[in-house]
Design a protein around this ligand. Structure first.
Ligand code: ZN
Length: 426
C-alpha cells in the first residue's frame, strides 16, 4: 500500500475533533514518521494537548517555502455516516474518514513529500518548512496565529502553500485549475434595533423592536451591491474566456453564458455580502421586546474597510432607531499573481494536464494563509490538486458525512508538493 495512504489512515484514526482538538497526538504521529525519515522536528504548544508541529529541511539561505496544514477536524456524527468516521478505511480506491479532504489528506501528502525528499538527500536552496498547525477550525488562538506572534522564527517563510484551492474545473470544455491567491475579509456586525416594551396582549401600547427589525432585515436581504471587478476575477475570466466585459454589471451574465459553475464562483467575489443569520428579541412570549439584536455575517473584498462596510449598511437601512456595531474583522489579504510560486503551480499543471489553464480565485471563506500574509508578507496560495473527485462532490463532503478522498488525488498531491519543492528550492 502506498505510503501516503497508510499515513492518512493512521491520522484519521487519531480523533482530533475540535473542540477539544487534542492535536498533540497527531503531531506526535507526524513527528515519529518524519524523524524516521531524517527530518528535524520541533513541537510548539500553548497548552500541552494542542501542539503544533514544525519540521524543516534546512536550506542554504535562499527564499524559503512553507507547506501549511492543520491537524484538527470538525465534529462527525457516526449515525450519519456509512462508515466509521475515525476508521480510515480504504474502499474502492478511496480513504474514508473525517478530515480526508479537510485536511488530513494534505497533511499526509505533505509529510510524505518531505519524508521522501529527505530520504533522497534533497538539499534545498532555502528552508523547506512543514507546519502542521492546531486549531484552524475553531480559531481559539492555539494554532498558526499564535505561532506567527509567539514563534515567528519557526514559521516565517517567503512563500507558502496551504488548503483553499487546487480544484480542476471543467468550464464549457476548458480545464481550469484554480489557485487561491486572495481571501475575503470576514467582518460580521450586530444590528441593534430599539423600541419600547409592553404587554403583548395590548400591542398598540408598545413599540415592537422585533417588527422594526424585520423590516430592516428585509432591506439587507433585498440589497444588491454594485459589482466591482477585482484582479483575481479578471484573471480568471481572461483564462477561461480570453476576454473580460468592461461593464462590471455584465460580469455575472457573461460568466453564466459560459458555465453556471463560473458565475456561481465569481458572484460572491464581485462585492461585499450581507447575510443576516441570527436574531434575538424578547425572552418572554408575553412581553413585547424593547430591543432586537440581529447578527449579520458579512464578507468584504480585500482592501475594503469596516468603516466603508458600516457606512454602506447605514445607507441600505436608512434612518431608524438602531445602531450598528462591528463584531470582528479577520482576513481580507491577497498575494500577487505573478511569482515564482505561481510559476511552480503553472509548470505542474502544464506537465500533468497539457492545455489546461491555471487561474486565481479569491476565496470567500477564511484560511490560515491570511496569517502568513499578514505577519510576514508571505506570498501565500491555496493549492492542493484534486482531479479524481469532481469539485462539486468534494464540496458536499467537506464538514459533512461520508468524507473521503481518492488515493489518486493523494498521490497527485504528493507529486505536486515534491514538484513545488524542486521548482522553488532545487
Ligand atoms: Zn481546513
Amino acid at each position: 500500500m502506498s505510503e501516503v495512504v497508510e499515513l492518512l489512515q493512521r491520522l484519521i484514526r487519531v480523533d482530533t475533533t475540535n473542540p477539544p482538538g487534542n492535536e498533540t497526538t497527531a503531531a506526535e504521529l507526524l513527528r515519529a514518521y518524519l524523524e524516521a525519515n531524517g527530518v528535524a522536528c520541533e513541537m510548539y504548544a500553548k497548552v500541552p494537548d494542542r501542539a503544533n508541529l514544525v519540521a524543516r529541511i534546512p536550506g542554504a539561505g535562499g527564499p524559503s517555502l512553507a507547506l501549511l496544514s492543520h491537524t484538527d477536524v470538525v465534529i462527525a456524527d457516526p449515525a450519519e455516516w456509512e462508515r466509521d468516521p475515525f476508521g480510515g478505511e480504504l474502499v474502492d480506491g478511496e480513504v474514508w474518514g473525517r478530515g480526508a479532504l479537510d485536511m488530513k489528506g494534505q497533511v499526509a501528502a505533505t509529510a510524505v513529500a518531505l519524508g521522501s525528499l529527505a530520504r533522497e538527500g534533497f538539499r534545498p536552496s532555502g528552508d523547506l518548512i512543514f507546519v502542521a498547525a492546531a486549531d484552524e477550525e475553531v480559531g481559539d488562538g492555539f494554532g498558526l496565529p499564535w505561532l506567527c506572534s509567539e514563534h515567528p522564527d519557526a514559521v516565517r517563510a517567503d512563500y507558502s502553500l496551504n488548503e483553499g484551492g487546487g480544484e480542476r474545473l471543467d468550464l464549457d470544455g476548458k480545464a481550469v485549475w484554480v489557485c487561491a491567491a486572495a481571501e475575503k475579509m470576514s467582518a460580521p456586525f450586530r444590528l441593534g434595533v430599539h423600541g419600547r416594551s409592553g404587554h403583548a396582549s395590548m400591542p398598540g401600547i408598545a413599540d415592537n423592536a422585533l417588527l422594526k427589525a424585520a423590516a430592516l432585515v428585509e432591506k439587507l436581504g433585498a440589497y444588491r451591491p454594485e459589482p466591482r471587478l477585482e484582479p483575481e476575477v479578471a484573471a480568471l475570466l481572461q483564462a477561461v474566456a480570453g476576454s473580460v466585459p468592461e461593464d462590471p454589471s455584465e460580469l455575472v451574465p457573461f460568466a453564466r453564458a459560459i458555465d453556471r459553475q463560473l458565475s456561481d464562483l465569481i458572484e460572491p467575489l464581485l462585492s461585499l455580502t450581507f447575510a443576516p443569520t441570527m436574531i434575538e428579541a424578547s425572552r418572554k412570549r408575553n412581553v413585547i421586546p424593547a430591543l432586537c439584536e440581529v447578527t449579520v455575517d458579512s464578507r468584504l473584498l480585500p482592501g475594503q474597510t469596516v468603516d466603508e462596510q458600516l457606512e454602506l449598511a447605514r445607507t441600505v437601512l436608512g434612518d431608524g432607531d438602531y445602531e450598528l456595531e462591528s463584531i470582528e474583522a479577520q482576513g481580507g489579504t491577497r498575494s500577487p499573481m505573478e511569482s515564482l510560486l505561481w510559476d511552480a503551480v503553472a509548470s505542474f499543471v502544464a506537465d500533468q494536464d497539457p492545455g489546461a489553464a491555471v487561474a486565481p480565485v479569491c476565496v470567500s471563506g477564511f484560511t490560515d494563509s491570511h496569517w502568513m500574509r499578514d505577519a510576514f508578507g508571505t506570498v501565500a496560495y491555496g493549492f492542493f490538486p484534486a482531479r479524481a473527485m469532481p469539485p462539486e462532490e468534494a464540496a458536499l463532503l467537506i464538514h459533512s458525512a461520508n468524507e473521503r478522498v481518492p488515493v489518486d488525488d493523494l498521490e497527485l498531491g504528493v507529486r505536486f508538493l515534491r514538484h513545488a519543492a524542486h521548482a522553488m528550492l532545487g
